[in-house]
Design a protein around this ligand. Sequence first.
Ligand code: HEC
Ligand code: HEC
Length: 279
Amino acid sequence: MKSGLLAAAAVLALTAGAIADPVDDELVIDGQEMITRAKAPEGLPFDEVLSGWLYREAETRQLEEDSFENPGMLSVEEGEEIWNTVEGTAGKSCASCHDDAAETMAGVAAHYPKWDPDAKRPINIELQINKCREENMGAEPYAFDKGGQKQLTAYIKHQSLGDPVSVDLSQGDMQEWWDKGKTVYYTRTGQLNLSCASCHEQNNGNYIRADHLSQGQVNGFPTYRLKTGLTSLHNRFRGCVRDTRAEIPTAFSDDLMALETYVTWRGTGLSVETPSVRQ
Ligand code: HEC
Ligand code: HEC
């Protein structure tokens, strides 16, 4: 493990310059065209923001193009079952209040994280689910990645498939959280002294081991990883931080909510692809 990671850093250094372009291809899911390239928001050092789909191998890309082949769709179906299942002391399911998610949740997740005036911090879909479970259902909140958290999140995000991502930074203190997220993104940490930008900005397009480094966009989460199955965004963040050999922040901590706010903004205009397929 240790030597593997150090080797990864060495590979990163050695392959600098060996850039491979992301593919020039169109992602159409069940006949619906996805936006995989969008003009970068002002202040980003890229002209274009690019979906991670463009960096993957042909077989991986194809899996995402067809809902019947996309293994992540099984989790979306599980999420739908949870949506309709009564739980908690109030005797309600999500559907009791929100009816048909195809209508009530259409486009909703494309605008998360959002400002939560009660908690006075940004809220993501996972935390909104927990809020409704606690306050509206009399049910226990899900622990990180447990219960049906990933599946229900994937189901809700899937109702925004194709919708361009945009976060409203004018709500509450969202701008401050964006600033904090930006600081986290550019701060070099860990024994390898790497920041998110070291890999996803400076080495974007390079190979690290067998992985073609993308811009590290979040528009496809929860994503189906061929290695590990359905994977939540904070699990991915934690994995990337672990690779720098730094202390790993807790899921939904201030650092990771700030990072989610900032990195989501970095993908403004890309379609929600949940559940995307990645290596
Ligand atoms: C007793 C009624 C009730 C139940 C049951 C309930 N919710 Fe909610 N939910 C609300 C209310 C009220 C709001 C806040 C007002 C709104 O945005 O509609 C809300 C908001 C939401 C939102 C944010 C919508 C937006 O526009 O940002 C999501 C997502 C959500 N609920 C998901 C769920 C899920 C998933 C479940 C089941 C685990 C669930 N809710 C169960 C009442 C309920
Ligand atoms: C040592 C290099 C490295 C560092 C540092 C790193 N990552 Fe990653 N990250 C990767 C690799 C490799 C992948 C998988 C290939 C790809 O999509 O770039 C990845 C994937 C991702 C993805 C998934 C992209 C997709 O399309 O599914 C996100 C999101 C991400 N990283 C965010 C971050 C954030 C935020 C940070 C800083 C906390 C970070 N990464 C730091 C190497 C790194």
